[in-house]
Design a protein around this ligand. Sequence first.
Ligand code: GLU
Length: 329
Amino acid sequence: MKKLLSVLLVLALAAGFGFAKGGGESSGGREFVTIGTGGVTGGYYPTGGAISKMVNKKGDEYNLRVTVESTGGSVYNVNAIISGDLEFGIVQSDRQFQAYNGTADWEGDPQKDLRAVFSIHPESVSLLASDDSGIQSLEDLKGKIVNIGNPGSGQRGNATDILMAAGIDPDSDIKAEGLKAAEAAGMLQDGRIDAYFYTVGHPNGSFKEATSGTKGVHFVPIEGVPVEALVSEFPYYAKSVIPVSANYPGASNDGDVNTFGVKATFCTSANVSDDVVYAIVKEVFDNLDEFKALHPAYSVLTAENMLDGLSAPLHPGAEKYFREVGLIN
Ligand code: GLU
């Protein structure tokens, strides 16, 4: 009995070791891959779910099973893709650019194995403040408790960029918090923070939650000189509008709010097989209407605009599909 147990233990450890290594594990011939997303109240988590749903329907045909993991966000996802802990991740277009080119969090350390697959919904750099904080503009953030996002998130860099462009030092002019986005809505409602930044598609669970509490809250416009400066300096930033009226009736705003943003993109590593990437791209693009019905943020998607905002090289498995259907020559 003891001997049997130790044999089983060795087998379990061996299997566990295989799983921990990443890179598309297989069990009984079926390949398992995982998509890194973000907090459960954001847009990445349901997006990972939508992609996996499309592919898993054909799981037997492809011998593939796609699972989804909640993570700290874009920066975490890039690093986990590169280390082989995750096969896929959803990554802000600015983070994809910075990682591949070795800037910002990857200064001097370009991630040349990062590969682009396709882009998804637009994301806006969104700033939500409590009405009683008196915050109506970036300038008003001075001296306030502001969540700029956890290390590993995409929004942390966007918050830092816009604060700096507005002449606000995130280290000394505000009380910066590093909370995960999923915690921020509750903290705002509890009055423990005055405002939070979140780079995210709309609608999302975080802002639904934060705008349905007893405390009045509003989106703060991010516009004027600092935005003009960022949009002209960085290729990945573009002006955008948060559709407040249609999505967050509980917010105190009168109308929609100007800001700037990026795109969510689907990324992988050069080390992930062409067959797996091809299968995922094919299921999403062949059934694009079905995919688009899975989240309101996808309504603007077209097969053509899903190839915009990609700065890392296309993965060959994606390239093969895009050539087949004539999306690229
Ligand atoms: N853009 C965020 C990030 O990169 C995640 C947003 C979301 O989960 O929808 O961390």
